[in-house]
Design a protein around this ligand. Structure first.
Ligand SMILES: *Cc1c(COP(=O)(O)O)cnc(C)c1O
Length: 369
């Protein structure tokens, strides 16, 4: 193993996704101080671009230091106080994690469940809100990366807001790859990650909080149990205000450069064009797999993540090993109950190209011969 020069893989798994050279070059720019006016300007532009990709006007939109899971924790610890009731939708690994994280915040978690590969229906959520009317929020995963299921979100906010609750969304695998309209869809709090459809290395978790979420945070009786992720302190650095920028923790400077460049690329391509590209590449992959007799597991598949059944008689680990060693292609194994039953082919961001789709189809055909 050469530990000095990492190989150039073609990352077609559940993340990280391939990173454009422009983004890697941005990572290597000179490190500024985190209170340097030039860095503050870069951070401000990054937050403005995040608002564009989340399609929100929310001032409180910024990248949390940490990966997608830090975004999940950030929303949970700031919105939940011990003793609160919450509703969490679980149809795969990440919904399950959300329930676990919220329980650790001291919440009583009511689960709304669907079989793996399926999505949660509005009726299920309405039913849970009727049974548990004191629920403070409903948490749901837009793109369940463990099963490839694409959860519809439009219309859910009306149900949730009618009961005075907040709608909280995991958009880790959808941001920059699927239609996602935070404000139009009434989402109150959202988190994502950099290494999926934004095609930036892992390390930051973009989050956004809307006015309802701000009210809930401002009305807290207790401090969030996490000092590091306490938004009431973080906002004094990210948003400044009367007291100027206040040091909380040292922002991951070079990762911010990378995210700034990755978001620039997203907006240069155009959000809608990019989303259409993900749809087209998914359709092309699907048609090729169909010809090979390979079936999709979820009924409503994501474009960014294709979860497929392992063909009868195929060697799960052996096939993935050959793809990696002979073609340099990484695809994902099945996760949770899908382990040994599914493969996950990610077509995210910079990875969602005609070249990659045709390459992975050709490689799979050869290896499965
Ligand atoms: C990848 C992912 C996460 C976790 O993100 P990390 O960057 O691995 O911490 C959370 N939710 C979903 C849906 C994901 O796909």
């Amino acid at each position: 193993m050469n530990t000095q020069h990492p190989a150039e893989r073609i990352l077609l798994g559940p993340g990280p996704s391939p990173v454009p050279a422009r983004v890697l070059r941005a990572l290597g720019a000179p490190t500024l101080g985190h209170l340097d006016p030039q860095y503050i300007a870069i951070m401000d532009e990054t937050c403005a671009m995040l608002r564009q990709v989340f399609q929100t006007q929310n001032a409180l939109t910024f990248p949390v230091s940490g990966t997608g899971m830090a975004g999940m924790e950030c929303l949970a610890v700031n919105l939940i106080e011990p003793g609160d009731e919450v509703i969490v939708c679980v149809n795969g690994v990440f919904g399950g994690r959300m329930a676990d994280v919220m329980e650790r915040c001291g919440a009583t978690v009511h689960l709304v469940e669907a079989p793996w590969g399926e999505v949660i229906t509005p009726d299920q959520i309405a039913g849970a809100l009727d049974r548990f009317p004191k629920s403070k929020l409903v948490g749901i995963v837009h793109a369940e990366t463990s099963t490839g299921a694409h959860q519809p979100l439009e219309g859910l906010a009306d149900l949730v807001h009618a009961k005075g609750a907040l709608l909280l969304v995991d958009a880790v695998t959808s941001l920059g790859g699927h239609e996602l309209r935070m404000d139009d869809w009434g989402i109150d709090a959202i988190y994502s990650g950099t290494q999926k459809c934004l095609s930036c290395p892992p390390g930051l978790a973009p989050v956004s909080f809307g006015p309802r979420a701000l009210e809930v945070m401002d009305a807290r009786k207790t401090k969030p149990q996490s000092w590091y992720l306490d938004v009431s302190m973080l906002r004094k650095y990210y948003l400044g205000g009367g007291g100027g920028r206040v040091y909380h923790h040292t922002a991951p400077i070079n990762m911010t450069y990378a995210l700034h460049e990755a978001l620039t690329i997203v907006l240069e391509e155009g959000l809608d064009v990019r989303i259409q590209r993900h749809a087209k590449m998914h359709q092309r992959l699907r048609a090729g797999l169909d010809e090979m007799g390979i079936r999709y597991i979820p009924v409503r598949s994501l474009h960014s993540l294709n979860c497929i059944g392992i063909p009868d008689g195929a060697d799960d680990a052996g096939t993935r090993k050959r793809l990696l060693e002979e073609y340099g292609i990484e695809i994902g194994a099945g996760l949770g109950v899908m382990a040994g039953k599914a493969w996950r082919i990610g077509l995210m961001g910079h990875g969602a190209t005609l070249r990659n789709v045709d390459l992975v189809l050709t490689a799979l055909r050869e290896v499965l011969k």
